[in-house]
Design a protein around this ligand. Structure first.
Ligand SMILES: Cc1ncc(COP(=O)(O)O)c(C=O)c1O
Length: 390
């Protein structure tokens, strides 16, 4: 019997790191996970009630319009104008997807040919690199500075005739950096000048602390024609399992995006869309009530980790719920992460998953922590690092 050839471009795509770390966690019961980027709360009650009511509506069980259900599209249009300053009437469309990750996959499929390049500042969000490789394209990695802010000269130098897009994620996963408006304007302008797209991942739009402010590049003058802005209900509304995200994208891409959506998803799960309308009706106030406790947890996490200096370096964390730590020692990040789980019962995500292949880095996610668990989790991490790096 002949074996079927299984070597494809997937071989070059990294394995889903959260699942890899999850396997290790399962082997060590009681491990506190600072791994997965999730929040500790679920959806608003009214969203759950709407979903319950929708169970008896025959429409819930049918295919629906690909772009999204009318009430949800209206809620999104209103929110984009109110919270992001994005006016769809200038020439953008909205597509509701099964989460922000799918919006990114759709966008890459719609704007690239195999062999094209997409610029990713590093550290990157792993699923972005994976999506680019799955599309047969090359992720061109561009360094950021020591505070994980964009290096505009490096980005400019990385643009080639094959570049199709520059990706920014602000607030950032995995670093927690929030990019200032001037930097986002510069990237957006560069994209306009070079005839390429600015893909702006804004799934952490509401998660900023202190004086940091979220800015949507899609609202800049003239940006609508080359900016693809992505959002998600996963974090803001505790909706990760309901799989609802959306993007605002230039009208010129409508046919291409519709083809990808119809092939991959047909339409986002109808019951989740119904729940999403109710959640968006509650609005950002829903997650804003969790921001103060989250900011306090961030302060504890940053202070505890900073106490490890000079063993580790912890840049400022202005947004999202991540902290990206550099270990100032010659250690293998994968082995270190494994030992933190096996010997100290605490899980983090190692830097290579985010494209940091030189040096030792790891991401701490604190969105799932309550104040009670944060002390224990960070205590284990700090104790573990002190003992492993001694
Ligand atoms: C930067 C970024 N984009 C997109 C996503 C995807 O979120 P979802 O597909 O659940 O909307 C995540 C999730 O962690 C993320 O961190």
């Amino acid at each position: 019997m002949q074996t079927v050839r299984v070597h494809t471009r997937m071989d070059a795509v990294q394995s889903p790191i959260v699942a890899v770390v999850g396997d290790l966690i399962r082997q060590v019961p009681g491990t506190i996970s600072l791994g997965q980027g999730v929040v500790h709360y679920g959806p608003p009650e009214s969203a759950l009630n709407s979903a319950r009511d929708a169970l008896t509506d025959p429409e819930t069980h049918c295919y629906q319009d690909g772009a999204g259900n009318r009430p949800l599209l209206e809620a999104i249009a209103h929110k984009l104008q109110r919270d992001n300053g994005i006016d769809l009437a200038l020439g953008s469309r909205v597509m509701v997807t099964a989460g922000g990750n799918m919006a990114f996959v759709h966008a890459v499929a719609a704007i690239t040919n195999p062999g094209d390049e997409v610029i990713l500042p590093v550290p990157f969000y792993f699923n972005h690199e994976m999506a680019i490789q799955i599309a047969g394209c090359t992720a061109v990695l561009v360094k950021t500075d020591e505070r994980y802010q964009l290096d505009l000269d490096a980005i400019q130098a990385a643009v080639t005739p094959r570049t199709r897009a520059i990706v920014t994620v602000s607030p950032n996963n995995p670093t927690g950096a929030v990019y200032p408006e001037a930097a986002l304007r510069a990237v957006n302008r560069l994209c306009q000048e070079r005839g390429i797209y600015h893909i702006s991942d804004e799934v952490y739009e509401y998660f900023t602390y202190g004086t940091a402010r979220h800015v949507s590049p899609g609202a800049f003058d003239g940006a609508h024609a080359h900016t693809i802005s992505m959002f998600s209900l996963s974090k803001a509304y505790g909706f990760a399992g309901w799989r609802i995200g959306y993007m605002a994208y230039p009208e010129a891409l409508a046919d291409a995006i519709a083809k990808v959506q119809d092939t991959i998803l047909v339409c986002a799960p109808v019951i989740s869309q119904v729940a999403a309308v109710a959640a968006m009706d509650v609005g950002p106030a829903y997650c804003q009530r969790y921001l103060q406790p989250l900011a306090e947890i961030r302060d504890v996490v940053a202070a505890e980790l900073r106490a490890l200096e000079p063993l580790c370096t912890v840049p400022p964390v202005d947004g999202a719920f991540y902290c990206f730590v550099r270990v100032n020692a010659d250690v293998d990040p994968m082995k270190m992460s494994e030992r933190l789980i096996r010997e100290h019962g605490v899980a983090v995500i190692p830097g290579p998953a985010f494209g940091m292949t030189e040096g030792c880095y790891f991401r701490v996610a604190y969105g799932a922590l309550q104040k009670a668990t944060v002390a224990e989790g960070i205590g284990r991490l700090v104790g573990g690092l002190r003992s492993l790096l001694a």
